[in-house]
Ligand binder design. Structure first.
Ligand SMILES: Nc1ncnc2c1ncn2[C@@H]1O[C@H](COP(=O)(O)OP(=O)(O)O)[C@@H](O)[C@H]1O
Ligand SMILES: [Mg+2]
Length: 307
């Protein structure tokens, strides 16, 4: 089954500095790394590396030409992308000697989605498949409504969290995907073990995937709750762990795997991703995940530490 991701595309400029630049100061940086990023791009690439047929829907702004190339070279269909005059979404990230960062974000074309573009892209995509959304683009509420009208499945990852999310018609989703931070805010609770029950009573009809970092993940689907722990491994970089989980989990549920099988697949993929630096580039390909599973490479799953 195919998947359409209306998702953000960012160029990340990462500057290594002695200290964060102060008001009035001109500071030379020691190094610059330019990476393709954005939650949308990371999730499209993760879903494509898992083996899904992925169409990415977005505007590519000025300076963002590398973003379309990055998607295409990872197997994402880019025929729905449109170019725009506005600057592309980007982040200016200072990283100091202690590894702390401060980030200046510019939404650019990620905030320039129009109703006309969304309708046209959905019409081209057709009436079968899943629409994947995150919260870095504008018009998310509209995207949910239009995808629902067309009878498409919808998965929404509420990241980054914003109070506006509470006004979205989340009851129309097939899948709500959150980590503990987003989950607590949507559920309105303080403790991790309260998140899933609170989300279930707020949105009783939808399926929920809740990832909990080093505590594993929980899932509520078709009236049942499932839990999975995680592997005890050395962590290199957790950036993109959740995006990898989403891409692989959706592969499982869209290809007839059971929920426990889908959770195991996604956990194994995320474990491989956190062993490497970077986001989209650290996402493994399906054969690597299958091999790790066959070899039982990471040993036993630690029991989930929630509840
Ligand atoms: N420190 C860790 N040790 C082992 N597994 C981890 C760790 N952090 C993340 N994972 C794996 O990645 C998944 C997603 O991570 P999480 O931090 O919940 O997502 P996000 O990136 O959205 O915050 C977890 O459910 C788990 O399987
Ligand atoms: Mg996390």
């Amino acid at each position: 089954m195919k998947l359409l991701n209306f998702g953000s595309l960012n160029i990340d400029y990462v500057y290594e500095v002695e200290h964060f630049v102060s008001p009035g100061e001109t500071l030379s940086s020691k190094a610059l790394f330019v990476n393709c990023g954005g939650k949308g791009l990371n999730q499209s690439i993760a879903a494509a590396k898992a083996g899904n047929m992925v169409y990415h829907g977005a505007f590519v702004g000025k300076g963002g030409e590398a973003l379309a190339e990055k998607l295409a070279e990872n197997g994402v269909d880019v025929t729905l992308l449109k170019t725009a005059e506005e600057n592309c979404g980007h982040a200016i990230i200072q990283v100091d000697q202690r590894g702390q960062n401060c980030i200046l974000l510019y939404g650019g074309t990620n905030r320039c989605f129009t109703k006309e573009y969304i309708n046209r892209a959905l019409d081209q995509f057709g009436r079968e498949g899943l629409v994947l959304l995150q919260n870095e683009t504008n018009l998310v509420k509209y995207m949910i409504g239009e995808a629902h009208k067309r009878g498409l499945q919808i998965a929404f990852n509420a990241a980054p969290m914003h109070p506006e999310v509470l006004e979205y018609p989340l009851e129309l989703l097939d899948w709500l995907i959150v980590n503990e931070v987003e989950g607590r805010q949507i559920a309105g609770c303080a403790h991790d073990e309260e998140i899933l029950p609170a989300l279930r009573s707020k949105y009783p009809k939808i399926n929920i995937l809740l990832t909990l970092g080093s505590k594993g993940a929980l899932c509520y689907a078709k009236g049942k709750t499932y839990k999975i722990g995680c592997y005890d491994v050395e962590v290199v970089d957790t950036t993109g762990a959740g995006d990898t989980f989403t891409g692989y989990f959706l592969y499982g549920v869209l290809h007839g795997m059971s929920i426990p099988q889908s959770l195991l697949l996604a956990t194994t993929a995320s474990t491989l991703a956190i062993g490497k630096k970077g986001a989209a580039d650290a996402v493994p390909f399906m054969p690597q995940v299958e091999k790790a599973l066959q070899e039982n490479r990471f040993g036993p799953l630690a029991a989930e530490k929630i509840s």
